[in-house]
Design a protein around this ligand. Structure first.
Ligand SMILES: Nc1ncnc2c1ncn2[C@@H]1O[C@H](COP(=O)(O)OP(=O)(O)OP(=O)(O)O)[C@@H](O)[C@H]1O
Ligand SMILES: [Mg+2]
Length: 504
């Protein structure tokens, strides 16, 4: 029996393999970034082959750093950037186009076309999501309509679709040599195609999108054995036993298993997930209804989600596009060169605005500028934007649930930033709490896999692993908080109605 679980975290910016022990502690990590491809304004792509090559390599890194072999690994869990769509040829194993990333807005005209009959909430009763470029369904349609020969091949049953969990699983289990074509309920709930009640693809919706059902993976629970790693893999014969989309995985890794529990992840974007238990709750305040997790045959848990497209990626943008900082962590020192935002508010509507607004016509704006504003103020405004957007999503959760959150569990790369988390506590007026293991995404996938093979006995084992690292208490005056929120909301309105039909 192996003493460890290996989690593959196929993220937006990098792929990681992390090995965990029974206490949920990290034993070793392998990590490689992949190229972010921006062919045009609003387009974001990844190379699926690079993603799979990196995944294989980081598995090797993690094993060799810890001096372990496949015999030490009891099971593998997969977590992934959600909604990012890969379409590949099942006979060659090659993708027919780059992966179209969740942030990509090229499918707006497909959204408009589908919304012409019934509006953007047309499928929301079944799938919990509005029509938006964000979700994978519209990206599949784009590939079928724009890649030469794709439609014919898809109709002939030669093409497969998957989010990157399915792409990694199919390749890890052998690819053209018997690869398993499966996704889990959490990833399936982000396509626009899965009925939340039946947890199956909805044929009427597939017909409306004109997507052949034969392309789609089989939907399974988040915790069961899907297959074993192929003999050509370093992990050969190790069962792959857990899949959770990254945000659901982080929720699971935070041990937020019960109704009313929540977490907020600060990564490329920010994603707040609020567990609603076995009940499907339709938001009246701009949140998505999604699947939280499903363990084998046990009942499914649903969640409300507040998705924010641009948070940590705004910090990357200041680094890569403006050269304001040399690395993401330098933003804290730069922001500390000033006492406040100097009147500047930065609304990073680079992919339109997601929750709670869902305005695809919005684009980014930096407002309140005067001669006084310097780069320190802009750094601060960028960090504050992360916190303000989170505040608006939490207001929506509180309004939908009727029971205000009394503290916020956080995780993700940007939670290394103390200034950000103090401002977050101030602007929320509730404490912010960070656990010892900040890699909750990978941990959640490890938990799902470990539960399936009996490595952990049950959820109580996992709850016992959760430990608080640090806590930030609110200390801002109510009047100051109100003034800043008022300004923020005004700034948000300045981003609306920017995209005209002839501008992307
Ligand atoms: N000290 C910091 N202050 C603010 N932002 C930071 C800091 N350190 C990292 N970040 C931001 O956090 C993000 C990385 O966090 P994380 O690795 O959790 O992201 P992610 O979304 O999970 O990435 P992936 O999708 O590849 O998994 C980057 O966008 C980066 O700009
Ligand atoms: Mg991540």
């Amino acid at each position: 029996m192996g003493n460890y679980i290996l989690a593959i975290d196929q993220g937006t910016t990098s792929s990681r393999a992390i090995i965990f022990d029974k206490s949920g502690s990290i034993i070793s990590t392998g990590q490689l970034e992949h190229e972010q491809i921006f062919p045009k304004a609003g387009w974001v792509e990844h190379d699926p082959k690079e993603i799979w090559d990196n995944t294989r390599e980081v598995i090797g890194q993690a094993l060799s750093k810890a001096n372990l072999t496949r015999h030490d690994i009891e099971a593998v869990g997969i977590t992934n950037q959600r909604e990012t769509a890969v379409v590949w040829d099942k006979t060659t194993g090659k993708a027919v186009y780059n992966a179209i990333v969740w942030q990509d807005t090229r499918t707006q005209s497909i959204v408009d076309r589908l919304a012409a009959d019934g509006g953007i909430e047309r499928f929301k009763p079944q799938v919990g999501l509005p029509l938006a470029t964000y979700f994978s369904g519209t990206k599949i349609v784009w590939i079928l309509e724009n890649v030469e020969g794709a439609r014919e091949k898809a109709e002939a049953g030669d093409l497969l679709f998957g989010t990157t969990d399915s792409w990694v699983l199919w390749n890890l289990t052998g690819g053209t040599d018997g690869g398993v074509h499966v996704t889990d309920v959490t990833n399936a709930s982000r396509t626009l195609f899965m009925d939340l009640e039946t947890l199956q693809w909805d044929d009427d919706i597939l017909a409306a999108f004109d997507v052949p059902r034969s392309m789609l993976p089989e939907i399974k629970s988040s915790s069961e054995v899907y297959g074993t790693a192929h003999t050509s893999s370093l992990l050969r014969e190790v069962p792959i036993a857990g899949i959770l989309g990254d945000q659901q995985a982080a929720t699971f890794g935070q041990a937020a298993f019960d109704t009313g529990e929540a977490k907020n992840t600060y990564g490329t974007g920010n994603f707040l997930i609020f567990n609603t238990g076995e009940e499907i709750i339709h938001s009246k305040n701009g949140l998505l209804t999604t699947v939280g997790y499903k363990l084998g045959d046990a009942p499914v848990h649903y969640a409300l989600e507040g998705s924010i497209a641009v948070t940590g990626s705004l910090v990357q943008w200041l680094r890569d596009n403006l050269g304001l900082i040399g690395s993401a962590d330098e933003i804290e020192a730069l922001a500390k060169t000033v006492d406040d935002n100097g009147g500047a508010y930065f609304v990073p509507a680079f992919s339109g605005l997601f929750a709670p607004y869902w305005r695809s016509d919005a684009r980014g704006a930096l407002v309140g500028l005067t001669r006084y504003v310097n780069k320190g103020h802009i750094a601060r405004a960028a960090l504050e934007a992360i916190a303000f957007q989170t505040r608006e999503v939490i207001d929506a959760v509180n309004a939908d649930s009727g029971v205000p959150l009394t503290e916020l569990k956080v995780d993700g790369g940007a939670t290394a930033n103390n200034l950000l988390l103090q401002f977050q506590a101030d602007i929320l007026d509730v404490p912010v709490v960070r656990p010892v293991v900040a890699e909750t995404t990978a941990l959640g996938a490890a938990y799902a896999a470990g539960l399936a093979v009996g490595f952990w006995d049950g959820l109580d084992d996992l709850r016992a692993n959760w430990q608080e690292d640090q806590r930030w208490e609110p200390s801002m005056d109510a009047s100051e908080r109100d003034r800043q929120l008022r300004n923020w909301k005004k700034a948000v309105t300045k981003t609306f109605d920017w995209v005209d039909e002839d501008v992307n």
